[in-house]
Write a protein that binds this ligand. Structure first.
Ligand code: DGY
Length: 324
């Protein structure tokens, strides 16, 4: 049972949390903080010094922050901080911590899991095998070749680099597009080639893997024109944020076979409404934002989040601070 803020006997920082986590993560939290849950806010809000943010139902905006006059730090348990209003925090002198470097390999694994599952139609195959009506297998039902094909990574940051390594392990030619070209030594080590034009990368790639941050400048980065630039056999993979895709344009591209298939770990909203057209397309694989969802990684993330909050409360340098 997670701790409740009755009396802060142990002098631990008082932290607001909205959702109960896995027992092992909650134990890490409880060892370091006294937690205030939403139903206790009225009693303790003036004592809360930090907000622990996971997939919070409430956006971290000025309205929420104004409820907590003593808050010094927002601890985002993750790398992406698009759900945190950075300006509102800055205006109130509140620091923001995040967890870069904790989930690169796990998220790259998820990107590759989706890439393989989507290209080789793993979910459809599973369905066929379980279907009571199945009497025999169709010998001419094909997926798309992965090994030796061209992968275009959009956003060669920490996670993108891990995706590149996995691509090389599958003998793929790896291209990338970033706003800025990476250092030559990095390109050499990863065996990746820079393509300055996004459209050129889309035209050349059999697999397009999106790993850009969900920042304002990337909203609807992939729309009608971008899907039209891709090969008809292209498989589109998104493990960044749903907002980077114009979903109506994606539905149109998939239903008209303008592109072959998509593997999505992120959508807008999450989960999608039950009647959303993406859910009825057989050439789409969707997972529930599981990029970092292994206990090993979530513990690594929580360790850094706790360190960030403790440092922020003490006014010390944070291991991962969002600077603005
Ligand atoms: C992140 O780090 O932003 C991830 O989406 C959390 O799982």
């Amino acid at each position: 049972m997670a701790s409740q803020c009755e009396e802060n006997k142990h002098d631990k920082p008082i932290v607001y949390q909205e959702e109960l986590l896995h027992p092992e993560l909650q134990q890490m939290i409880d060892e370091n903080f006294t937690i205030v849950w939403p139903d206790q806010v009225d009693k303790f809000r003036k004592k809360i010094v930090a907000l622990l943010v996971c997939k919070n139902p409430s956006p971290v905006n000025g309205e929420l922050l104004d409820k907590f006059p003593a808050v010094k730090v927002v601890g985002k348990n993750g790398v992406g901080y698009d759900a945190v209003d950075v300006g509102a925090c800055k205006a109130r002198g509140i620091r923001i911590g995040n967890t870069p470097g904790t989930l690169n390999d796990t998220t790259a694994d998820m990107a590759f899991a989706l890439l393989l599952a989507t290209a080789r139609r793993v979910c459809e195959g599973d369905h066929i095998c379980r279907d009571p009506a199945t009497k025999s297998f169709d010998l001419n039902s094909f997926g798309y070749q992965v090994s030796g094909q061209v992968m275009g990574i959009v956003g060669l940051g920490r996670i993108g680099m891990e995706v590149a390594k996995r691509g090389r392990a599958f003998s793929m030619t790896v291209l990338y597009h970033n706003r800025r070209q990476c250092d030559g030594a990095v390109e050499k080590e990863l065996s990746v080639s820079y393509i300055p034009s996004l459209h050129e990368l889309l035209q050349k790639s059999d697999f397009v893997v999106v790993v850009v941050p969900g920042s304002k400048e990337n909203v609807k980065l992939f729309g009608k024109t971008e899907f039209a630039a891709m090969k008809r056999s292209a498989v589109f993979i998104n493990v960044s944020r749903g907002v980077v895709v114009d979903q109506d344009a994606l539905v149109a591209a998939l239903s008209s076979n303008q592109i072959a298939a998509a593997g999505l770990d992120v959508t807008t909203p999450e989960p999608l409404p039950r009647d959303h057209p993406l859910l009825s397309l057989s050439n789409v694989t969707i997972t529930p934002h599981w990029g970092s969802a292994t206990l090993v990684t979530r513990k690594r993330m929580m360790e850094m989040t706790i360190k960030n909050i403790l440092a922020g409360v003490r006014g010390e340098p944070m291991p991962g601070e969002v600077l603005n």
